[in-house]
Design a protein around this ligand. Structure first.
Ligand SMILES: *[C@@H]1O[C@H](CO)[C@@H](O)[C@H](O)[C@H]1NC(C)=O
Ligand SMILES: *[C@@H]1O[C@H](CO)[C@@H](O)[C@H](O)[C@H]1NC(C)=O
Ligand SMILES: *[C@@H]1O[C@H](CO)[C@@H](O)[C@H](O)[C@H]1NC(C)=O
Ligand SMILES: *[C@@H]1O[C@H](CO)[C@@H](O)[C@H](O)[C@H]1NC(C)=O
Ligand SMILES: *[C@@H]1O[C@H](CO)[C@@H](O)[C@H](O)[C@H]1NC(C)=O
Ligand SMILES: *[C@@H]1O[C@H](CO)[C@@H](O)[C@H](O)[C@H]1NC(C)=O
Ligand SMILES: *[C@@H]1O[C@H](CO)[C@@H](O)[C@H](O)[C@H]1NC(C)=O
Ligand SMILES: *[C@@H]1O[C@H](CO)[C@@H](O)[C@H](O)[C@H]1NC(C)=O
Ligand SMILES: *[C@@H]1O[C@H](CO)[C@@H](O)[C@H](O)[C@H]1NC(C)=O
Length: 530
């Protein structure tokens, strides 16, 4: 996404500075255009003032001669209809037109802008009906954005893709997200034969079916492929590995099948690979993955297996890594070289084994989410986890971690951890004292371990954000301070599970029960006290 906005930033910089006066005819065309529209008083267009040079109006760019070359009224609460008779189309020097995020009832007549228009952005500028195909006549177009937001899904449809793109041979950036493309047979063939210069192809949730055709590999300038949420029921063609400038390959939830060609992981320019949610897609990560400059890798919910290659240790720019819900085996390599970038790491539900050396997770100052749950991991609790200053969620449940958890005296108060789930492991010894210093903690699950010793329930009252606490199925003796202030301090907890804890006194929680929907598994005998 960074890259996409960069491309358009560069285009934006090409706009000429407005150092000449607006030509009279240009000004009257703009005022006539304004007259035909309805707009919010706060909108830029409302402030267009005839006594000010029109090249200085909000949203207007001019060339040296005073012709209007750019019009950007995106997100300006403009309504109305644009059609053949609109004075907009008298602006024959227009190169860039952005009317995105407004609400027009009709958008017709754009074929009149055939001479110079290179950038046309009507994203979310309309909300229903058949997409007019007269855009197909603007053969000068380099960028065409007709995309919609998800909320409008399938309210706008395009009957034949080829009627739109056939003659747009200069097009480099095409965005049709959430437009329902009806005749979708051979969509890939149509695109690859019509748009030889294409760099960005964004067709998220267009209802495309039919295979991801190998002809896409012929579009040799292709850099960004965003086809999320279509239904291809096919494999990923190896020809995509021929794309020398491919940076983003995003195909989540596309019903992809078969074996992912491992050559894909040899495209040196790739920064983002998202193949998540393709249950039938299989493969293994080849060693070559470590030679990429990957920033985002999401293979969650697929059928990948085999080890996570050690070569991934050489990745230096990884930000987002999600391999959850696959069948990966073996140990988790170190990602130390990416420690200044990683924000999200998810290995949930695989067949990973081995321990987690504490040194592997030192200094990941940007890491916010770490999920190693539901694997076969063993060994001690890595103390370095307690030094991760941005961490918000730590999930280690359903593994075979064991031993005492050390209690470092210096856990920092800036700690952001709000969820810690250590349940269903073999941790033993006392509940470590640092837990009571985690000021942001709202969910704490320690159930089904071998924690021992005595714990005072009111200690948890120090955790002002705590909403869910599960201490069940350990060997804990939970004692309760009967004073009113102690029970009041627990009043924010809405889920309390103490099954199979040794309780010496009934916690004086009747106030909490009435006001805080205390729920969950608490020992049956509690109810007899009422
Ligand atoms: C064309 O647009 C003008 C100005 O918005 C509007 O008054 C007119 O009704 C439109 N004509 C059609 C046929 O929609
Ligand atoms: C279209 O305009 C919207 C709103 O300004 C912007 O978010 C989007 O990135 C633009 N699309 C392209 C392809 O430039
Ligand atoms: C594409 O151009 C050809 C030749 O100019 C023309 O015959 C055809 O109608 C055009 N197709 C579309 C969809 O505009
Ligand atoms: C790949 O990108 C580079 C840098 O943007 C560019 O110079 C080169 O021409 C591109 N190659 C292809 C095949 O598009
Ligand atoms: C995708 O298409 C296949 C074959 O047409 C069909 O069996 C499957 O249900 C579709 N999946 C979705 C999510 O629509
Ligand atoms: C993963 O572990 C499960 C349970 O031990 C086992 O049945 C399965 O064969 C393993 N899968 C792989 C790919 O190792
Ligand atoms: C525990 O993890 C294993 C391995 O991923 C998984 O098969 C099993 O369903 C998990 N059990 C629970 C209760 O989540
Ligand atoms: C606590 O102190 C030890 C030893 O001085 C140090 O290695 C560790 O990083 C510190 N932990 C935190 C959370 O500051
Ligand atoms: C529970 O803890 C007590 C000491 O607090 C110990 O004597 C006993 O053996 C433990 N029971 C189990 C099943 O671990």
């Amino acid at each position: 996404m960074m890259m996409i906005s960069w491309i358009f930033l560069v285009i934006g910089l090409h706009a000429q500075p407005a150092y000449n006066q607006c030509l009279k005819d240009q000004q009257s065309l703009l005022l006539a255009f304004k007259n035909d529209l309805v707009y919010d008083p706060s909108s830029q267009i409302a402030k267009w003032n005839p006594s000010v040079d029109c090249c200085d109006w909000g949203g207007i760019t001019c060339d040296k001669e005073g012709h209007v070359t750019g019009l950007d009224l995106s997100s300006q609460n403009v309504y109305g209809s644009i059609n053949d008779s609109s004075s907009l189309f008298g602006l024959e020097f227009l190169q860039s037109l952005n009317l995105a995020y407004n609400d027009f009832d009709s958008l017709l007549g754009f074929s009149k802008l055939t001479q110079r228009l290179t950038y046309l952005n009507l994203s979310n500028a309309y909300s229903e009906g058949q997409l007019p195909v007269d855009f197909s006549l603007i053969t000068s177009l380099v960028t065409l954005d007709l995309s919609l937001a998800a909320r409008n899904v399938y309210m706008v449809y395009l009957d034949h893709l080829e009627n739109l793109v056939q003659n747009l041979t200069e097009l480099r950036h095409l965005y049709l997200d959430y437009i329902n493309i009806l005749a979708h047979n051979n969509w890939a063939g149509v695109i690859s034969s019509s748009l030889p210069n294409l760099q960005v192809l964004s067709l998220t949730s267009c209802g495309l079916r039919g295979s991801l055709d190998s002809s896409l590999g012929n579009l040799k300038h292709l850099s960004v492929i965003l086809l999320d949420g279509n239904n291809f029921s096919s494999g990923i063609p190896e020809s995509l590995a021929d794309l020398q400038n491919l940076t983003v390959l995003s195909l989540p939830g596309c019903d992809l099948t078969g074996l992912l060609p491992s050559k894909i992981f040899q495209v040196p320019t790739l920064k983002t690979i998202d193949l998540s949610g393709n249950e039938m897609l299989q493969g293994a990560l080849p060693d070559s993955v470590g030679a990429l400059e990957l920033e985002n890798l999401d293979l969650s919910g697929c059928g990948f297996s085999g080890p996570i290659p050690d070569s991934m240790q050489t990745l230096t720019s990884l930000r987002y890594l999600d391999l959850s819900a696959n069948r990966f085996t073996g140990p988790i390599p170190s990602f130390q070289l990416s420690k200044n970038h990683l924000v999200w790491v998810n290995f949930y539900q695989n067949n990973l084994t081995g321990g987690i050396p504490s040194s592997h997770w030192e200094g990941f100052d940007t890491l916010e989410y770490l999920n190693l749950a539901s694997n076969y991991l063993t060994g001690r609790f890595p103390e370095s986890f307690l030094t991760l200053k941005s961490l918000r969620e730590l999930h280690l449940s359903n593994n075979s971690f064991s031993g005492n958890i050390n209690d470092p005296s210096n856990v920092s108060s800036y700690y952001k951890l709000n969820t810690m789930d250590l349940s269903s492991n073999k941790f033993e010894g006392p509940i470590p004292g640092f837990i009571f210093k985690l000021a942001a903690l709202s969910t704490l699950k320690l159930s089904s371990n071998k924690f021992t010793g005595r714990v005072d329930l009111h200690m948890f009252g120090r955790l002002k954000e705590l909403q869910a606490l599960d201490l069940s199925y350990n060997n804990l003796t939970v004692s309760v301070d009967r004073s009113e202030s102690a029970s009041a301090s627990l009043s924010q907890i809405s889920t309390l599970k103490l099954a199979s804890c040794y309780m010496q006194h009934f916690p004086d929680l009747n106030l909490d029960l009435s006001y805080n929907q205390l729920s969950g598994e608490i020992p049956n005998w509690i109810w007899e006290v009422f």
